[in-house]
Ligand binder design. Structure first.
Ligand code: NDP
Ligand code: GDR
Length: 380
């Protein structure tokens, strides 16, 4: 069933609704009374865990949350969905979003992240909805790559450093181009890294909070990391999706940088996570030989660990062919024009992520103790 379900309410379409941001944005829009349609990909296993809690039986007459099978690589599919629901707002959050993976799958990344954006814009235009549907593009601080100015703001020149960033550069400019050429309300949110308990498990923050939680409970033995001196400006996804919505509520479409203005290293994030688990870590050795050892243990959150245990090693495989060493944003424009300020600090966010992952690790350890172990990927 793909048609509109309710008259009167604003209708939003979210690509990437099953991802971190998509799930928070769907919650936000539903809380504002929107009818929300999301595109999910066909997969061999259920892939809707992040939105299952807002799922509504499609047989209900007034269900306000609807999922449609689709893919950003499929023009006719996108066109059909947009034709059927006639959205007021389209949020293009769908993407192959992993920078390291984009070096392994550059062509796919370009197809989905760059041309996928064009497909959506063209579908809107082809259907004559360019004056009705407002368009949000999930642009990224990765566009700055080899940074040309610090802090990075809307006017800072781009210098992408990965197939992902180059694909997103196309998406950025095609969004600007459709705004200028066809008068569409289309805008880019240039978002710096944002995380949450729903962050994908292979992004660095979640890899650390989940990995160290598992190690603390004896489910894993060591965390293998890449460049831990990399510097990032980390915010909370909940704060950032609020801004995605705000950007589409203005009189004129504009591009905005969204960031906290504070910068930390991956190493800092490891220390914070350890601290939440009652551990003090000591780093020793250099370069690829560097390790982190437990220097002290307090409390009872890490029963599997004792002083002297090695919990982190460096592994060459997690280094990228070209790295983005440092990112730090300035959101002065968003603050001045929209009154947006982030409410959750990076350290608070880290604490929330650890609490979530430690809870899961405890549950898993308990099941294991009783011979009820599930593969970690099925644990839920
Ligand atoms: P996630 O990786 O968590 O989610 C990506 C979403 O895109 C998932 O729903 C995924 O589906 C979907 N997707 C992947 N490939 C396709 C495809 N071919 N067709 C349709 N959908 C697809 O990313 P985030 O939520 O973290 O990020 C949202 C967007 O914001 C992305 O575009 C990302 O590049 C961008 N961004 C993210 C930042 C961040 O720090 N989080 C910062 C700046 C920009 P599935 O669940 O099936 O995999
Ligand atoms: P990033 O996020 O590449 O900034 O892209 P990620 O968390 O993957 O990496 C951040 C930094 O940590 C370093 N790093 C590691 N990264 C991963 N994933 N795994 C490791 O083991 C590891 N060790 C060190 C990385 O080299 C990097 O410097 C994210 C994505 O969400 C993009 O979609 C988004 O556009 C940008 O943020 C803004």
């Amino acid at each position: 069933m793909t048609d509109k379900v309710q008259s009167g309410a604003k209708v939003a379409l979210i690509t990437g609704v099953t991802g971190q941001d998509g799930s928070y944005l769907a919650e936000l829009l539903l809380s504002k009374g929107y009818e929300v349609h999301g595109i999910k990909r066909r997969a061999s296993m259920f892939n809707t865990a992040r939105v299952d809690h807002i799922y509504e039986d499609p047989h209900l007459q007034n269900a306000r949350f609807k999922l449609h099978y689709g893919d950003l690589s499929d023009t006719s599919n996108l066109t059909r969905i947009i034709r059927d629901i006639e959205p007021d707002e389209v949020y293009n959050l769908g993407a192959q979003s992993h920078v390291a993976v984009s070096f392994e799958a550059p062509e796919y990344t370009a197809d989905v992240d760059a041309i996928g954006t064009l497909r959506l814009l063209e579908a809107i235009r082809f259907l004559g909805l360019e004056k009705k549907a407002r368009f949000y593009q999930a642009s990224t601080s990765e566009l700055y790559g080899l940074v040309q100015e610090t802090p990075q703001r809307e006017t800072t020149p781009f210098y992408p450093r990965s197939p992902y960033a180059v694909a997103k550069l196309y998406a950025y400019w095609i969004t600007v181009n459709y705004r200028e050429a066809y008068g569409m309300y289309a805008c880019n949110g240039i978002l710096f890294n944002h995380e949450s308990p729903r962050r994908g498990e292979t992004f660095v923050t979640r890899k650390i909070t989940r990995g160290l939680s598992n190690i603390a409970m004896g489910l894993e033995t060591c965390l293998f990391m890449g460049n831990i001196d990399s510097l990032r400006d980390w915010g909370h996804a909940k704060d950032y999706v609020r801004m995605q919505w705000m950007m589409l509520q203005q009189d004129e479409p504009e591009d905005f940088v969204i960031s906290t203005g504070l910068q930390y290293s991956v190493r800092d994030f490891i220390h914070w996570t350890a601290n939440e688990l009652g551990l003090i870590l000591e780093f020793s050795g250099e370069g690829i030989e560097e390790i982190a050892t437990v220097a002290s243990v307090r409390g009872d959150l890490a029963p599997a660990l004792k002083v002297g245990d090695v919990v982190m090693r460096i592994d060459q495989r997690y280094f990228r062919p070209a790295e983005v060493e440092t990112l730090l944003g300035s959101s002065d424009k968003a603050k001045k024009k929209l009154g947006w300020v982030p409410e959750i600090t990076a350290e608070e966010m880290c604490a929330e992520m650890v609490a979530n992952d430690h809870r899961a690790a405890r549950r898993h350890a308990l099941l294991k103790e009783h011979g009820l172990e599930l593969p970690v990927s099925l644990e839920g």
